[in-house]
Design a protein around this ligand. Sequence first.
Ligand SMILES: [Zn+2]
Length: 68
Amino acid sequence: MPISGEEYRDLVICNSCQWAASLLRGSAGYTACPVCGNNALDTIPVGDHEAYTMMIKNRNVEIEFRKD
Ligand SMILES: [Zn+2]
């Protein structure tokens, strides 16, 4: 059974303020953090059959990927 209509997503994370967003592939995306202006965002490709859990502890972002 297909999972919704979504294709690839990219997870974008700011290492400076922990702002994060999930983008549909092909969307405009971000070149800088809209919150703090940091322009060194991390982009993490996420496959459409992967689920992830994001945990923010202090100033660290931990992402756990799971395969269904
Ligand atoms: Zn930021």
